[in-house]
Design a protein around this ligand. Structure first.
Ligand code: HEM
Ligand SMILES: *[C@@H]1O[C@H](CO)[C@@H](O)[C@H](O)[C@H]1NC(C)=O
Ligand SMILES: *[C@@H]1O[C@H](CO)[C@@H](O)[C@H](O)[C@H]1NC(C)=O
Length: 321
C-alpha cells in the first residue's frame, strides 16, 4: 500500500467511525403506520369521536392530556403510567391529580388499536392523534400528526411538578417554561388558546376573583364569584371561556382583551406585557389563531420524542410490558 492509498484508507476509516458514532435519530413521519397498521388512524378517530359525543368536555381534556404528557420528559406517554415499583406516577403530581382527565379514553382507543395491530402503535402517538381528533370534533383546526413516537419506560412526578406551568406563574416564568421546551412566546400564547374550551376548578381562579385586582372585569368577577365562594367548594367548575365553552374559537382572546380571563395565567398574557400584541392579533383574526395553534401543536408534539429502538411499544398504556 503506498502512502496515498493508506491515507485514503485512513480517511475512509475515519468517515466510517464518524458515521457509526452519529446517533440514529429517526424522524417522525405522518406515514409511519401506513404499512404496519393502515387502519390505526381511523380506529383512533372513531374512539375519540365516540368519547366526545358522549361528553363534549372530553375534547378539552384530551388536548390537555397531550400537553401534560409532552412537557414531562417529552411526548412519551409517561403520563399514562400508573404507580408501580419502578414508577412514581405523574398522575399524582400536583398539576395532574384530580385534574387531568381522559386516561380511560386513551386506554380504550389503545385496546381497539391492539385488536387490529398488536404492539405496533405507541400510546404516545395515540395521545397525539387524539388531541388532533379532539380539536376537529369541537370545531377547532386540524393538522397532520407526525408519528413514530415510542413509549417511555419511566415517568417523573418531580418533573411534572417542576416543569408544568402553574396558574399563578408570572409572564416571565410562563415564557421561560415554554422556552425550555423549545416553544417561543408566540407559540405559548397560541397554545394557551386551548383554554377556549374546557373547565377549571374554583380553587384555580378564586384568588383572582377575590383580589379585586385592576386586571379583572368587575361584572365578570361578580358573576364568577356566585359559583366560587371565597372558601370551600374548591371543585366547583367554571368554563375557561364563558361565552362559547364548547366550541373551539378565538373567544378566549376576545375575553382577555376585555379582562375576562378566568385564570391569572390567562390574563397575564394581556396585562401590559410583551404578549399583548399577540393576544389582540388573535382576538381579531380567528384564522391566524387557528393556523398558529395547529403549527404550535405539531411543534409541541415533537418535544423530546423517543424514536427508533428507544423506549418501547406498550401493550397497555398504563403499565410497562
Ligand atoms: C400557559 C400555561 C398554562 C397554565 C398555567 C394552565 C393551567 C390550567 C389550569 C389550572 C386548568 C384547570 C385545571 C383544573 O381546574 O382542574 C387548565 C385547564 C385546561 N388546560 Fe391549561 N394551562 C396552560 C396551558 C395550556 C396549554 C398549552 C394547553 C393545550 C395546548 C392547555 C389546555 C387546557 C385545557 C383544554 C383545559 C380544560 C381541561 C378540561 O376541561 O378537562 N392549557 N389549564
Ligand atoms: C390526589 O388526590 C386524592 C383524592 O383527592 C388525594 O387523596 C391524594 O392525597 C392526592 N395525592 C397527592 C399526591 O396529592
Ligand atoms: C374586594 O371587594 C369586595 C367587594 O367590594 C370586598 O368585600 C372584599 O373584601 C375585597 N377584597 C379584597 C381582598 O380587598
Amino acid at each position: 500500500m503506498n502512502s496515498r492509498n493508506s491515507c485514503a484508507a485512513i480517511a475512509a476509516m475515519l468517515l466510517l467511525l464518524l458515521v457509526s458514532n452519529t446517533p440514529c435519530t429517526a424522524q417522525l413521519s405522518s406515514a409511519f403506520y401506513d404499512n404496519t397498521c393502515p387502519n390505526a388512524l381511523s380506529t383512533i378517530r372513531t374512539a375519540i369521536r365516540t368519547a366526545v359525543s358522549r361528553e363534549r368536555r372530553m375534547a378539552a381534556s384530551l388536548i390537555r392530556l397531550h400537553f401534560h404528557d409532552c412537557f414531562v420528559q417529552g411526548c412519551d406517554a409517561s403520563i399514562l403510567l400508573d404507580d408501580a415499583p419502578s414508577i412514581e406516577s405523574e398522575k399524582n403530581a400536583r398539576p395532574n391529580n384530580n385534574s387531568v382527565r381522559g386516561y380511560e379514553v386513551i386506554y380504550a382507543a389503545k385496546s381497539e388499536v391492539e385488536k387490529i395491530c398488536p404492539q405496533v402503535v405507541s400510546c404516545a402517538d395515540i395521545v397525539a392523534v387524539a388531541a388532533r381528533d379532539a380539536s376537529v370534533a369541537v370545531g377547532g383546526p386540524s393538522w397532520t400528526v407526525k408519528l413514530g413516537r415510542r413509549d417511555s419506560t419511566t415517568a417523573s412526578r418531580s418533573i411534572a411538578e417542576s416543569d408544568l406551568p402553574r396558574f399563578r406563574d408570572s409572564l416571565e416564568i410562563l415564557i421561560s417554561k415554554f422556552s425550555d421546551k423549545g416553544l417561543n412566546a408566540r407559540e405559548m400564547v397560541a397554545l394557551s388558546g386551548a383554554h377556549t374550551i374546557g373547565q377549571a376548578q374554583c380553587l384555580t381562579f378564586r384568588d383572582r376573583l377575590y383580589n379585586n385586582g385592576s386586571d379583572i372585569d368587575a361584572g365578570f368577577a361578580s358573576t364568577r364569584r356566585r359559583r366560587c365562594p371565597s372558601s370551600g367548594q374548591d371543585g366547583n367548575l367554571a368554563p375557561l371561556d364563558l361565552v362559547t365553552p364548547n366550541s373551539f374559537d378565538n373567544n378566549y382572546f376576545k375575553n382577555l382583551v376585555q379582562r375576562k380571563g378566568l385564570l391569572e395565567s390567562d390574563q397575564v398574557l394581556f396585562s401590559g406585557g410583551s404578549t399583548d400584541g399577540i393576544v389582540s392579533e388573535y382576538s381579531r383574526s380567528p384564522s391566524t389563531f387557528n393556523s398558529d395553534f395547529a403549527s404550535a401543536m405539531v411543534k409541541m408534539g415533537d418535544i423530546e420524542t423517543l424514536t427508533g429502538q428507544d423506549g418501547l411499544i406498550r401493550r397497555i398504556c398504563s403499565a410497562l410490558n
